[in-house]
Design a binder for this molecule. Structure first.
Ligand SMILES: Nc1ncnc2c1ncn2[C@@H]1O[C@H](COP(=O)(O)OP(=O)(O)O)[C@@H](O)[C@H]1O
Ligand SMILES: [Mg+2]
Length: 318
């Protein structure tokens, strides 16, 4: 199979652009008057490393799923999204980002499982019961915040430490705690209708005009794990791995090929076949979450198309 085009990075300079930030996956254009245009590129990261090849349609999937859920949860908390001028782009308000990721977990998976397996029963101030196995449901959803590190891995932090370090005061933290749980509940209910389990996810918040604003992406395959609901119990009883609809299978493939993001390790070569299988997974998740097929955008003239879509959008607000 020949290599499919993908949107690896963008390099625009818009009228009224005041700053540019390249995240692991997204290109963030800061626009005058407190706006942001965020391009969800097709880059993929795992273990906090951007992989050398991009995944066609991944950015579109991320952008469209995030927009769907931001619209669907705006009654719980105001969010940053104003519109999606292009399949890969969201436009909205810039907030002053709070440097904490609110990770909500309802299952013993991923990082939480790794801690638990080593005997850890305390996770960011949450006590975990004994006797659980990987992917078991926790008695309640718990929040395991992590600091948003500028480089390298995010680090677990407890509410007590967040307050001690003066990152947030207690009342704001309580408010964010309740909002994160309400968002998770909404995501869980919606996922259940689509035969999915929202296993865990993370939310980022900011402050705008002294009020809390939900920012970033939500309930996407990059920020969340999903299991298939109908097969969950049976697989759990058999002690088999869960059917996952998230980036987890990319992490597993990398680990099987000797890469866990540690220093000195080489990122294994991603074959065309593997890239295509990642695209397929992202599209499968889109279909499951959005309840319809992804309307694949064209890559033929993508750079110019994105630029003019953003310019048209900016001209409405500036
Ligand atoms: N409305 C917003 N206001 C301010 N910052 C935002 C907003 N939405 C998203 N961000 C930030 O934009 C960046 C998105 O790019 P991403 O690829 O996720 O980068 P990162 O590697 O920093 O996680 C994140 O740092 C996120 O915190
Ligand atoms: Mg991010």
């Amino acid at each position: 199979m020949s290599e499919q085009q993908a949107l690896t990075a963008t390099n625009y300079f818009f009228r009224n652009q005041i700053a540019f930030y390249r995240g692991k996956v997204r290109d963030v254009y800061h626009i005058n008057k407190g706006y942001l245009a965020i391009v969800a590129c097709d880059r993929i990261s795992a273990f906090d490393h951007v992989l050398p090849r991009s995944i066609p349609f991944k950015g579109q999937v991320l952008n469209e799923i995030a927009a769907l859920f931001l619209r669907q949860t705006s009654d719980i908390v105001p969010n940053w999204l104003i519109e999606t001028p292009d399949p890969h782009v969201s436009f909205g308000y810039k907030a002053e980002a709070i440097p904490i990721e609110f990770v909500v977990r309802h299952y013993l998976t991923g990082h939480a499982w790794r801690v638990y397996k080593e005997g850890g029963r305390l996770l960011c101030g949450n006590t975990l019961p004994d006797g659980l196995k990987e992917n078991d449901q926790l008695p309640n959803p718990i929040i395991t915040p992590s600091t948003k590190a500028h480089t390298g891995h995010d680090v677990d932090i407890s509410y007590a430490e967040i307050i001690e370090q003066g990152i947030l005061d207690k009342s704001r933290l309580d408010e964010l705690h309740e909002i994160a749980l309400a968002l998770f509940k909404r995501g869980t209910e919606y996922a259940a209708k689509q035969n999915l389990i929202l296993v865990d996810t993370k939310y980022e918040f900011g402050i705008k005009d002294d009020a809390i604003m939900l920012i970033d992406e939500i309930h996407t395959p990059d920020s969340s794990r999903f299991f298939y609901k109908d097969s969950y119990n049976e697989l759990q009883q058999k002690g088999s791995p869960q059917r996952q609809l998230s980036k987890e299978f990319v992490r597993e493939w990398l680990m099987a090929n000797g890469f866990q993001g540690k220093q000195g390790e080489l990122i294994p070569t991603l074959t065309d076949e593997f890239i295509a299988s990642i695209t397929a997974r992202y599209e499968e998740l889109y279909k499951a979450m959005a309840g319809k097929e992804l309307n694949r955008r064209s890559y033929e003239n993508i750079d110019n198309e994105i630029e003019s879509n953003i310019n048209n959008c900016l001209s409405k607000y500036l």
